[in-house]
Design a protein around this ligand. Sequence first.
Ligand SMILES: Cc1cc2nc3c(=O)[nH]c(=O)nc-3n(C[C@H](O)[C@H](O)[C@H](O)COP(=O)(O)OP(=O)(O)OC[C@H]3O[C@@H](n4cnc5c(N)ncnc54)[C@H](O)[C@@H]3O)c2cc1C
Length: 517
Amino acid sequence: MDKLIDASYLQKDLDLEADFVIVGSGAGGGTSAEILSKAGYSVIIVEEGNYERSKDFDLKELSTFNRLYFEGATRPTKDKAFTVVQGRTVGGSTVVNWTTCIRTPKETLSYWETELGMKGFSNEEMEPWFDIASKRFSIQPWEAHNQNNNLLSVGAKKLGWRYNSIPRNVKNCNMLGYCGLGCPVDAKQSQLVTTIPSALKQKTTLLFRANAVKYNWKENKIDHLYCKPSVQTGETLPKIRLFAKHFITSAGAINSPALLLRSNLPDPYGLIGKRTFVQLHNYSVAEMPTPVYGFFGAPQSVASDEFLWKDGVKGRAGYNIEAVGAQPIVLMNLRKLVGEEFDSYVKSYPNLHVLVSQIRDGFHEDSLGGTVQLNEVGYPILDYPLNDFIVDGIRRSYLSMAECQFAAGAKTVVPANNVVNPFKTWAEAKKGIEKMVIQSPNTVVNSTHPLGGNAMGNSMESSVVDTNGKFHHIQNLSVIDGSIFPTSLGVNPSYTIYAIASKLATNLSKEYQSNVN
Ligand SMILES: Cc1cc2nc3c(=O)[nH]c(=O)nc-3n(C[C@H](O)[C@H](O)[C@H](O)COP(=O)(O)OP(=O)(O)OC[C@H]3O[C@@H](n4cnc5c(N)ncnc54)[C@H](O)[C@@H]3O)c2cc1C
């Protein structure tokens, strides 16, 4: 079998077979592919995106967003209140992520254990898997903070808040600041430069520009996965059928539940796609008296978790505060201005300081997440209304971010929205934010951290997969990616996905080994 197959150039139908077929080559898929192929199994990775390498990453914003992201990084939710941003390329979102690696908070793992009864994911039990992931992806402490991150430390310190440096998964980082456009020097230790090339040295085939359409199944077993090229070059669209002993869905949140829904898999309790979380991101923009140049350097290297658990795990919406990689397209999208206002915003660009807060969801009875649905052509749409619980989190996090930015010396601060103008003092900001109307489309929020939709758990009545990632109703199907989390995490998810994928893929490998022996 060829190692690399570009499905868009297929002239005729294709049938392939391997021990494992993995859909998606991101954090979950890449990690699983390496573990299984190193254990001696043959593997086919199916990836909808293109196989771009560092030489292709030209750091041009618009064209890159179109090439490396789903829907040009502007995938809207059902009511268009916000966009969900996900990578669509070999290596998945790990190719475009900002390299921030934070371990799952112990509060989250403890909630999974005590409230959801999940075994095997306690802080202590996860420790070895975090160690494995940290070595594999070169996750290391980072102290070379740019001024955007430094100012978060300055504000947090003045206010007596907790804050930390965030480890990153990089080797010899050139600090270009454009991590979201792919790393042109291969410093980022994404799946593209770690697990995928390693798996390809074993019995692995990478079938790219191939869209996994649906599983064909009978009784409780998948027979084959039906795929088609994601780009059509010829007159007809060849049919691809992939056969395997076991199938792993690693297409990420939203896309993994969508594949299961398209396949009409048994779902007696209607759980597939439910409990999809987003850790909603909202932003605060400050103008500083001196240049910040937030577009250079490591984008995100300081975090404050002061407000993450302040009201208790099951209390009001908690949030993490981080700095933002202030590349032009990101900043210009935060405020919708015209004329002189836009002119002055652009001119202030070097001095702009930007913070983001991520609101954890899934821990409170008013925070049940969104639902993945399919449109008439089987494409996923996330239905996630911004309810009062989330709006309250947005408002309080706007207040915290503004307070921090004024404490760090801001001349003005404005929450990323279209209803209020920049505030000149903390007192003015406090008053204004407390009464501002927070609603779509005036509030600029988004998510690069969709999670859940195929919740993991013990019981068929409340979860889609078991705690080994196995789909409850089909014997040869697993899900290994961010879609299996039963809540959001409260922090950036990649490190947790690497660790949990390592654990689940290792268990799967052992299970098949013992079946063979
Ligand atoms: C811009 C951005 C910045 C981020 N920054 C950080 C950060 O600094 N730190 C952090 O911890 N996290 C970050 N994240 C999030 C993190 O990268 C993701 O949570 C993680 O990669 C998700 O892993 P996954 O395996 O669930 O899915 P992904 O890594 O997204 O992989 C899924 C793959 O499946 C493919 N796929 C989907 N559907 C199909 C189909 N039907 N057929 C074939 N292939 C399919 C996709 O193309 C994709 O390649 C960021 C994400 C983005 C988008």
